[in-house]
Design a protein around this ligand. Structure first.
Ligand SMILES: O=c1ccn([C@@H]2O[C@H](COP(=O)(O)OP(=O)(O)O[C@H]3O[C@H](CO)[C@H](O)[C@H](O)[C@H]3O)[C@@H](O)[C@H]2O)c(=O)[nH]1
Length: 279
């Protein structure tokens, strides 16, 4: 049984009306090393899903897109109209997936919302669910893991970017705030029957060094670091203009302060010093 057939059968059997698609491969540095894996999973996955949705007559899709679609923006903050010009395979697959969704709307009437995530961070407030990749590549988990182990192995990748202190600037959106946005987006999509796109970020940019300082405050631990070479595929700064999500969807992120975001991640890391051990 092929993927499309199986998915369309599930959609029909379960009488699914709408789909949220979180394409699983989402690590920028891995995508630079293994581009074909990213095109195959993300782009082929989207084609299979849309075919299955068409076969099962499912009309609504909410999709996890990314700020990585913008590449190196000419102006900040980034609005949804900022031209898409990705600089790594991951961002390019997300852009291609958005374009495929557009044509599936034109041809088959599948209505979709693309949510362009900025840097998702933090963990469930109750400390039960957190972030644990193998290997971990994300900034905040790597800082917190280093705080716990005391190994002194934390490295900042590059201090020669065109930013306030030379390190990359990112916009960190808390994961539970992101979940709220998905629920609002789905309701909006089913009410308006119009495809659309929204940035999800807090509209505040923090440099990698500022995140390290904030993590030191939250943990009360002096976390040593070294400056290493650039990682490859990193734009200087990505900061969202998220006013469209706020005004159109009524989205109100609860964690506007980055220390609050890091505190949720810290709670999870303290409860899970070895991550999800059985992964
Ligand atoms: O140990 C580390 C890990 C990361 N970084 C730096 O920290 C910044 C953030 O890196 P992350 O890996 O945490 O996040 P990315 O910005 O690469 O990517 C994230 O945000 C993107 C959009 O901004 C996409 O959504 C993507 O899925 C998501 O992983 C970058 O400057 C990176 O070079 C370090 O200095 N040291």
């Amino acid at each position: 049984m092929n993927d499309t057939f199986l998915v369309s059968k599930i959609l029909r059997d379960e009488r699914i009306e709408a789909v949220m698609y979180f394409a699983a491969y989402s690590l920028v540095p891995e995508s630079v090393k293994k581009p074909l894996k990213y095109y195959e999973n993300n782009v082929s996955g989207m084609i299979s899903l849309l075919k299955a949705m068409h076969d099962a007559q499912v009309k609504y899709l909410v999709f996890s897109s990314s700020a990585a679609t913008y590449g190196i923006p000419k102006t900040l903050p980034i609005t949804e109209d900022t031209p898409l010009d990705p600089i790594n395979p991951y961002g390019e697959t997300k852009m291609m997936m958005e374009k495929i969704m557009h044509w599936a709307d034109q041809a088959d009437g599948i209505k979709s919302i693309a949510l362009r995530y900025f840097n998702v961070a933090g963990a469930a407030e109750d400390g039960s669910i957190g972030e644990d990749h193998g290997p971990e590549t994300h900034l905040i988990p790597n800082i917190l893991k280093s705080a716990i182990s005391g190994d002194g192995n934390f490295t900042i990748f590059g201090q020669d970017y065109d930013t306030k202190d030379g390190t990359n600037v990112r916009d960190y959106v808390q994961v539970e705030d992101l979940i709220d946005a998905h629920v609002l987006a789905l309701k909006h999509l089913m009410k308006t029957n119009q495809s659309d796109v929204f940035n999800l970020g807090t509209a505040q940019g923090y440099s990698n060094l500022e995140i390290l300082e904030a993590a030191k405050k939250v943990t009360g631990i002096d976390i040593p670091y070294t400056i290493g070479p650039r990682r490859g595929g990193d734009p200087d700064s990505l900061v969202a203009d998220s006013s469209k999500a706020r005004s159109v969807l009524g989205w109100k992120p609860k964690h506007e302060n980055v220390e609050d975001v890091i505190a949720t991640a810290w709670k999870w890391h303290q409860n899970h010093p070895n991550g999800y051990e059985d992964k």
